[in-house]
Design a binder for this molecule. Structure first.
Ligand code: CUA
Length: 157
């Protein structure tokens, strides 16, 4: 069978593309450099949160003039605290963990979007410049009332 020279080139080019796409998917899913959990917040005993110095009483801590830390415990099907309040022009570091199963923690309209994993503390820092309200949603399926699991973040004037 005679294959035209350019046809052969196109065949090779499309093969290269296919292999490229597949390796993107494979290495994207399991390769180094992709970390599903930001564990820079360290580890925690998921069944001992009520004895933890910070997670036993989740909420907002003022740690500097414009610096805040917020400890959040996710569980079926609430965030504790459900409402977080910080002032505008503040730098807020969230420490998020879960008491039971894997949840999500996304502050809508910001780049704060992480998983809440039992035993792990996810740490994310966000700068809030403008006053306003942000929904907090769970974006990992966590059971029957997953779609009802939400909180609120209020950025005061
Ligand atoms: Cu918690 Cu979905």
């Amino acid at each position: 069978m005679h294959v035209h020279k350019y046809e052969k080139l196109w065949l090779i080019a499309s093969l290269v593309l296919i292999v490229g796409f597949i390796s993107t998917i494979v290495f994207g899913a399991v390769g180094a450099g992709v970390k599903m959990v930001d564990d820079s917040g360290g580890q925690v005993n998921a069944s001992g949160l009520s004895d933890h110095p910070e997670f036993k009483d989740p909420g907002v801590r003022k740690v500097g003039s414009n610096e805040y830390e917020v400890y959040v415990v996710a569980q079926q099907f609430i965030f504790n605290p459900e409402t977080i309040e910080v002032p505008a022009n503040s730098n807020v570091t969230f420490y998020v963990t879960s008491r039971d199963v894997i949840h999500g923690f996304e502050v809508v309209g910001t780049n704060a979007n992480t998983m809440a994993v039992p035993g792990e503390v996810s740490k994310i820092t966000v700068q809030f410049d403008e006053p306003g309200e942000h929904g907090i949603v769970c974006n990992e399926y966590c059971g029957g009332a997953h779609h009802d699991m939400e909180g609120k973040l209020i950025v005061r004037e």
